[in-house]
Design a protein. Structure first.
Length: 559
């Protein structure tokens, strides 16, 4: 029945005759997402799909059209930002606002001079009625310096390409790859760009220069069988986040490597449904026989009441040690019950969330996560089985009646043992990186952010994080003395000595983290990020503190 259902969905899509342009997704690091978020909180647009936020190009255009209808409500900077994005998303290739390097009607000198204008830039572009392709050259250069404790500097540099477009007016595609290297201290490189720790070449460290590589690619088919019914199927690798969260997210933070996924989305009226089945890998091992594949499956059902609130329920499952489990392929099924029916081997989570949209300039949101035990231990808040987490946040735009200013405040709490599992291969990780919130279990965080659009090409931000955590206690020789649930890779075991798991038990640490950022884009697609971060860590249990601070200049090229 499950297989038949999937084939039925595919047939419905293929038989549809609706026509769309630009189905390919906009990468999540594109600043248009920040602009749309601020417009949503300001109630210029009523809704954006933030819980699984990857938007197709045509969806971004539709949102911008809604913004244009309310131009009188925008500040001067917002209007300038809108015009920047309008030039990029309204027309595919407009000679007045778009240029590309290998243009048949331009000589080399003209193409080179156009690179230093505010036109939308592509390395190459081609568009006709039934097919288009856009090629972008990608490049980054990082310079990092650690000040406390002092470590000499590091340089990271990479280059790559992105191919994307839409064919047959329904099928979007994207392929990107980046290859990079490093000079200087590897420790600082991993501090300023943690994603290098998810590159096999970097971790293997078998070549004469530290290097890394990343690639993504997918196909996405989109259609509307009837008016306002949205269906899409996606196959491939793409960076995704799941759930709400301003500082980070409890469900899928995006700090992890991109998953290889088969995904299905259905939106009709107030109903939104997403199903994803993805694969990744466990921790790196120098022994090839110890490397393994693990799977992450996800279903989410949401009701969206325009200008009021969105309320949803979602579930995830992590499993390994076998091929694809057919029980988790169906979008119609309750994972926890399915997991128990196949002998309770996997790591199942359930969550509920809410996001409001009825207050102008103020958005509230909340997420509550249940790890493994569904509602059976909530009466004993200190039981080791009570693996729960929650997050509460507020986003205030045009704060204190100041145009272009946003203020965010968020509290996150994870009880001991959250994300862990009796089978270490089923921990909630990929490449050793937590799929969920980076503070990990037995910890909480107060996150705050002030951000201000000084102009349409300069954005300032100041983040402050106060993190409390309780770590496991070890002897001098590394033997575990007291497991307080502070390490997601160490479970409580099948027969724990203690029935209670006290929040923030163990060796207590407090972290005060300040992050000051300036983003400057003096010329379109030539972006400079200047960041300074200071982390003061206090050992509350044993006394003492230490400081770590670094500065970074990052140049990004999207041409």
């Amino acid at each position: 029945m499950k297989i038949a259902f999937r084939y039925t969905v595919v047939v419905l899509i293929l038989l549809s005759s609706s026509i769309f342009s630009q189905v390919d997704n906009i990468p999540l690091n594109h600043p248009v997402y920040t602009f749309l978020k601020e417009m949503k909180v300001k109630k210029v647009i009523p809704y954006i799909n933030e819980d699984v936020p990857n938007l197709s190009r045509f969806q971004v255009k539709d949102y911008l059209i809604q913004v244009e209808e309310k131009m009188g409500e925008l500040s001067s900077n917002e209007k300038k930002l809108f015009n920047r994005y309008k030039a990029e998303f309204y027309e595919l290739i407009d000679s007045n606002s778009t240029t590309y390097f290998f243009h048949p009607e331009k000589d080399f000198g003209t193409s080179l001079s156009d690179a230093f204008t505010n036109k939308v830039k592509y390395f190459y572009a081609y568009s006709e009625e039934n097919a288009n392709v856009f090629v972008e050259m990608l490049g980054h250069y990082y310079y990092g310096q650690q000040f406390e404790p002092y470590v000499n500097n590091t340089h990271l540099f990479d280059i790559g390409f992105r191919f994307q477009g839409t064919v047959f007016k329904h099928l979007g595609y994207q392929l990107s790859f980046i290859k990079g290297g490093s000079a200087g201290d590897k420790q600082i490189a991993e501090l300023i760009e943690p994603k290098v720790l998810q590159s096999f070449k970097w971790i293997e460290d078998s070549e004469n220069i530290a290097n890394y590589e990343f690639t993504e690619g997918y196909l996405k088919y989109y259609t509307e069988p009837v008016e306002d019914m949205h269906l899409s199927i996606q196959l491939g690798r793409e960076n995704k986040t799941v759930g709400y969260g301003y500082g980070s997210k409890l469900i899928l933070s995006g700090d992890n490597p991109p998953l290889d996924i088969a995904g299905f989305d259905f939106n009709y009226g107030i109903v939104k449904f997403t199903s994803i089945h993805g694969s990744t890998v466990g921790d790196f091992s120098s022994d090839i026989n110890e490397r393994y594949t693990k799977y992450w499956a996800f279903n989410r059902f949401k009701l969206s009441f325009e200008n009021l609130f969105d309320i949803g329920i979602g579930e995830t499952i992590v499993y390994s040690g076998r091929g694809i489990e057919l029980g988790y392929l169906s979008p119609l099924g309750f994972y926890k019950f399915v997991e128990e029916s196949i002998q309770d081997r996997d790591n199942a989570n359930l969550y509920f969330d809410l996001q409001t949209s009825f207050l102008p300039d103020l958005e509230l949101q909340a997420t509550f996560l249940l790890d493994e035990n569904i509602l059976s231990n909530l009466q004993n808040l200190e039981s080791y089985k009570n693996k729960t987490a929650y997050q509460l946040g507020a986003f205030w735009y045009e704060a204190f009646t100041l145009n272009n200013l946003s203020v965010v405040l968020e509290y996150t709490k994870l009880r001991p043992f959250v994300y862990s599992h009796i089978n270490i291969q089923n921990t909630y990780t990929a490449w050793g990186t937590n799929l969920g919130h980076p503070i990990g279990p037995n910890a909480d965080e107060i996150f705050s952010r002030i951000a201000y659009n000084l102009t349409d090409w300069v954005r300032l931000s100041l983040d402050y994080r106060f993190i409390r955590r309780g770590e496991n206690i070890y002897s001098d020789d590394g033997t575990l003395i007291n497991n307080v649930g502070g390490d997601l890779n160490i479970t409580h075991g099948q027969n724990p000595e203690k029935q209670d798991a006290i929040f923030l038990d163990g060796i207590r640490f407090n972290n005060h983290i300040f992050n000051l950022g300036i983003r400057v884009e003096p010329i379109r697609d030539f972006i400079f990020d200047i960041i300074y971060e200071h982390d003061k860590e206090e050992n509350i249990s044993e006394g003492g503190s230490k400081n770590q601070s670094y500065g970074m200049i990052k140049f990004t090229l999207n041409y």
